[in-house]
Design a binder for this molecule. Structure first.
Ligand code: BG6
Length: 364
């Protein structure tokens, strides 16, 4: 059972710092600024031959897959993207021999992801698994990959497994990067960031009371937007997913840049926006978009970094620690878990078992 915790979701959120340490343990090489991933079953020549990376997963695993694909593209300079595994095999995809396919799954039993793996293998592609449950169907089918060591996850809404998925991608990106052009200095910089991450997650979790107060206000809205750009967009998608699946409020994720091409028409006093605004090359553009929302009286909750100047806007501000820019997505995701959790709790919902959803979907 959830022990002293009121729910498994809360217990699992609070376990994230310890889970993060487990996935990193023994895999970081400070001397060479790289990662060691024994389970990949790829020698350096094969690692260098990868020309493209395609990530497949469902639900939260798909959104974290988008974060992971960006990380790989950024650090290893290999074109990478993510696709919903539930759609993949229905479009008769071309499978390329020099593409590395990555199947992401907490349970390792999601049938849509498993069937995508089988489609790749049937057509001669190489696929590795980023899987939490040891010996699960997807892990066995892939035969190679990275175990996530998050420990058992019970709540339908994934938290610690998702964080470890992101860290699994960080390790993979580091290794793929270091056999290419990523410098040893950059490798070491990322390793230092990864080592500091568990404590930084702890710092975000410590803001729970303040986040609970914000969540109670958001829970009153029938409909909300979650927005972000580039690195921040999969964070917004994951935030909206969590919010809708446990609070049952309509939460829609959008690229901040696309607001003016449509959804701005819906912004009003009744429709709050949760905006992801990291301290990066897009901060000023993001802040300009917040002004557009504020001008239409849209209430704003901004998840950002200390020192970001929000231009005097009247917003609810949530700061998360800033480690290395490549690692921003995961720390920006943590407050969104707490917002969803406390909104659902405020509304009196069954947090661990939301209506109509299963922890792992093993039928098509
Ligand atoms: C969904 C769950 O149906 O499956 C989500 O409700 C989860 O929470 C998704 O993210 C994928 O599951 P898994 O086990 O493949 O990571």
């Amino acid at each position: 059972d959830a022990g002293d915790h009121e729910s498994f979701m809360r217990k699992e959120m609070l376990e994230q710092p310890a889970a993060a340490e487990r996935v990193l343990r023994g895999r970081l090489d400070e001397r060479f600024g790289t990662a060691h991933l024994g389970g990949l079953e790829m020698d350096p020549r094969e690692t260098r031959a990868v020309r493209r990376v395609k990530v497949l997963g469902c639900g939260s695993a798909y959104y974290v897959g988008q974060m992971g694909a960006s990380l790989i593209e950024e650090l290893a300079r290999i074109p990478a993207d993510a696709e919903a595994a539930s759609e993949f095999r229905y479009r008769d995809p071309v499978i390329e021999p020099d593409t590395l396919y990555v199947a992401v799954s907490q349970s390792g039993e999601t049938v849509d992801t498993l069937l995508a793996v089988q489609e790749i293998q049937r057509k001669g592609g190489r696929v590795i698994g980023l899987v939490n449950v040891v010996g699960s169907a997807i892990a066995r089918e892939c035969g190679a990959g990275i175990y996530l060591h998050a420990g058992p996850e019970v709540a339908v809404a994934s938290t610690k497994a998702l964080t470890n998925m992101f860290l699994g991608f960080s390790l993979l990106a580091l290794q793929l990067g270091r056999v290419r052009d990523l410098s040893v200095a950059d490798g070491r910089r990322l390793i230092a960031g990864l080592q500091a991450l568990p404590a930084a997650v702890e710092e975000v979790l410590a803001q729970e009371d303040a986040l609970a107060a914000v969540a109670q206000r958001l829970a009153e809205a029938e409909s909300l937007f979650f927005v972000g750009r580039v690195r921040g967009f999969p964070v917004a998608r994951e935030g909206a997913q969590k919010f809708k699946e446990i609070s049952y409020r309509h939460a829609e994720a959008y690229q901040t840049s696309e607001l003016k091409h449509g959804p701005l028409a819906l912004i009003s006093e009744e429709v709050p926006t949760v905006a992801v605004v990291p301290d990066d090359e897009l901060t000023e553009r993001n802040v300009a978009a917040l002004h557009e929302i504020a001008a239409r009286k849209g209430p704003l909750v901004v998840v950002t970094h200390p020192g970001v100047d929000l231009g005097g806007l009247d917003v609810v501000r949530i700061d998360v620690p800033h480690l290395e820019r490549e690692l921003d997505p995961i720390l920006l995701t943590i407050p969104l878990q707490l917002l969803a959790y406390h909104a659902a709790k405020h509304l009196g919902h069954d947090i661990d078992k939301p209506r109509n959803l299963a922890k792992s979907v093993t039928v098509e």
